[in-house]
Ligand binder design. Sequence first.
Ligand code: ADP
Length: 274
Amino acid sequence: MSIQNQSVIVVKLGGTEGVDFSAICSDAVDIIKGGQKLVLVHGGSAEANALGEALGSPPKFIISPSGFSSRYTDRKTLEIFCMAVNGKINTLLTAQLQRMGVNAFGMSGVDGQLLWASRKEAIQSIENGKRKIIRDDFSGKIERVNTDLLLTLLENNYVPVVAPIALSPEGDPLNVDADRAAAMIAAALQADMLILLTAVPGLMSKYPDETSVIAYIAQAKLQQAMEAAQGRMKKKVLGAEEALQGGVKRVVIGDGRVEKPISKALAGKGTVIE
Ligand code: ADP
C-alpha cells in the first residue's frame, strides 16, 4: 500500500541480549529524516523473562510437536509480559526516538485494534516425551491488521512502534510472536522490505558457525532454510515466508549488534530472502 506513493519498510528489533537499541534508533532516525517511512516492531522476551524471575514467576516454554518453542502464557505470565514488553520496552524505545527528534507513537496491538488474533485454545506440548494439552494459555495467532490505523499514523508523520500484544475476540490481550507480527504488518502495508534484526549476522547453514551465514535464499528454497534454523530462529524463517506470501518484496535477517544495522540490511547485508 502506498502513502502518497511512498514505500514502507518494517523493522523488527530482536529482544535478545546484544541487540543495540541505541544504534538501531539512531540509524532509524537518519533513515526517517531522509524521507523513508518506517514501522518498528519489537520483541521483549529477555525483559519478560527477567521480570518474571524478579516477580517469582520464571518463564516456562512449550515445545510443540513440530519442534517450535513458545512461551507458556498463563494469566500471570500474560500480565508480566504486558508490563515488560508494553510497559517498559515500548515506552523506553518510543522515548528514545522522541529524544532523537522523531515523533514515535508507541502502541501495542490492543490499541485501536491494531492487531486482532485468535486465541490458541488448546495447545499441544511435548513434555518428557509425552503429549500434553494446555488450555489456559493467552497466546494468539494474528488474523487481521488495522492497516488504516497505521496509514493514518504514517501519513501524519508519526512513526509507529509496536509491542507484540494482540486483541482476542473476547477482548483479552494475547501474547503474539513479534517476528510474525512484524511479518503480518509488513504484508498488510505491502511493505517493500521486512528487516528482522537479531543478535546473529544472519541465518547460518551450520549454526553457530558465523562463517556459514547464507547470503541469499529464494522463496522457493525456504523449506531447506527452515531445516538449518533451530529454536526461535524457526519463527523468523516462518515470518519471512508469511511476509513474502503476503506480498512483501524482500525480507532481510540482519545483525542488530552493529553500527547502522538498518542501513546495512537495506544494502543487502545479512540473509536476503525474496
Ligand atoms: P530475537 O530475540 O532477536 O528475536 P531469537 O533469540 O528469538 O532472536 O532468535 C534468534 C536466535 O536463533 C539467534 O540469536 C541464534 O542463537 C538462534 N539460531 C538458531 N538457529 C540458527 C541459525 N541456523 N542461524 C542463525 N541463528 C540461529
